[in-house]
Design a binder for this molecule. Structure first.
Ligand SMILES: Cc1cc2nc3c(=O)[nH]c(=O)nc-3n(C[C@H](O)[C@H](O)[C@H](O)COP(=O)(O)OP(=O)(O)OC[C@H]3O[C@@H](n4cnc5c(N)ncnc54)[C@H](O)[C@@H]3O)c2cc1C
Length: 381
């Protein structure tokens, strides 16, 4: 049987996951990536239980576990260290990884030679039989279907839907990997207009992130580490020590954006979208990459179920993924709104509310996100 050919634009977490799912479903995949080689930026990443389930379906969960560290959601604290919400031992474990390690695992799992580097896709054209993409150097490449996974600022999405401004989340994030052993519990600390997160990594390292309510486009003239030392002075241990342990050059600063959920269809004919190109979300729930992985699994599944009607399969994939990804984007934005309260009165009210939130309610909210099984499209009991 001749294998059918699929094109994927972007070799990020979404594009590589899609390539693995398509290859597992019998497609020959060509991934077109504008970068000259693989460079994963962004320090660390938490892979929640639903992400690990999707990675299991892609056949790479064991390899990810090998390079990652199991972690459980730790306590939510106030800046003075007082606990707002206890660690929840009943929640399923996730795995924390360095982004570069996750990229290596995903790249190793796509068939050798599938990724073409330095291939910037400028445009595409669809025909009843297939899709043709045009690269920046003038080359054209053809396939039977196209998965657009070129990230938050997707050029190809713009070509389909016109210019839609990104939605600024109102806050900026600083991220770093630090040589510091924090045990096995992740934790988050909420102050007024600021928060700090700690995630354990293997070999005595930690991934830390700090978020502040601030206008977009700011800079740290004095360097990221010094900026954080000032901002988090007086916060509970070991936050100051962690910041001091960071290498100044290793602190990354980014403004946070998402987009309102897109109505279906997410594509045209034999073209669809996946990952941040289709469903960008704020990182408040640590679910952006998880959603890209779930979408990849679903895409592979529907194409296997409807091999003779690619267009119908792509529309089915979009219809299956749209409600869940929209729910995640909205919940994440709401969570960010709560976390980023910056007036003392609003923070006091928020903290009082959090301390009184009954655990069964919290567990139900988390279960809807972490308990999802993409293979059955259901929440696990
Ligand atoms: C601060 C922060 C923390 C996060 N933490 C988590 C977390 O803990 N857990 C989690 O699940 N998610 C997290 N996320 C979300 C996650 O990082 C993203 O959802 C995920 O990386 C998106 O992957 P992607 O492949 O869709 O997009 P990208 O990673 O942006 O990849 C797009 C790729 O397409 C390429 N490209 C772009 N344009 C073209 C073109 N024209 N031609 C060819 N190639 C092109 C780019 O070079 C890039 O390689 C976080 C996000 C942020 C900002």
């Amino acid at each position: 049987m001749t294998r059918r050919s699929a094109l994927v634009v972007g070799a990020g977490i979404g594009g590589l996951s899609a390539a693995i799912a398509l290859a597992n479903s019998g497609w020959t995949v060509r991934v077109l990536e504008r970068r000259a080689r693989s460079v994963a930026t962004g320090a660390g990443l938490t892979l929640a239980a639903n992400a690990m389930r999707a990675l299991g379906e892609l056949g790479v969960a064991a390899a990810v576990r090998k390079v990652g560290t199991p972690f459980t959601l730790g306590a939510l604290r106030r800046a003075d260290g007082r606990v707002l919400m206890d660690a929840d031992a009943s929640m399923p474990q996730g795995v924390a990884v360095r982004r570069s390690d996750l990229h290596d695992v995903l790249q190793d799992a796509v068939p050798p030679g599938s990724v073409t580097w330095s291939a910037s896709v400028d445009a595409f054209e669809t025909t009843p039989e297939g899709v043709s993409v045009r690269l920046g150097d003038g080359r054209t490449i053809e396939g039977e279907l196209l998965v657009v996974a070129d990230g938050l600022r997707s050029r190809l999405r713009r070509r389909m839907y016109g210019s839609e401004p990104l939605r600024y989340a109102g806050s900026t994030v600083w991220r770093a990997l630090v040589p510091f052993d924090v045990g096995s519990l992740s934790s988050e600390t909420w102050g007024c207009g600021r928060r700090f997160g700690i995630v354990p990594l293997r070999d005595g390292w930690a991934y830390v992130f700090a978020v502040e309510v601030t206008p977009s486009g700011g800079r740290d003239a004095e360097g990221g580490r010094r900026a954080l030392i000032k901002r988090f002075a007086g916060w509970h241990d070991p936050i100051a020590e962690l910041i001091h342990a960071a290498d100044d050059d290793a602190v990354m600063r980014d403004d946070l954006y998402d987009r309102p959920p897109l109505r279906t269809p997410w594509g045209q004919g034999r073209v669809t979208m996946l990952g941040d190109a289709a469903h960008p979300t704020t990182p408040n729930l640590g679910q952006g990459a998880a959603q890209a992985m779930e979408s990849a699994v679903m895409l592979g599944r529907v194409l296997q179920e409807r091999p003779d009607d690619v267009v119908l399969a792509l529309r089915r994939y979009e219809a299956m993924r749209a409600p869940r990804t929209a729910m995640i984007t909205r919940t994440s934005a709401r969570f960010g709104w709560l976390a980023q309260r910056s007036s003392p009165v609003a923070c006091a009210l928020r903290d009082a509310l959090l301390q009184r939130t009954p655990s069964p309610w919290r567990e139900r909210q988390l279960a809807a996100i972490l308990g999802y099984d993409v293979t059955t499209d259901r929440i696990r009991p």
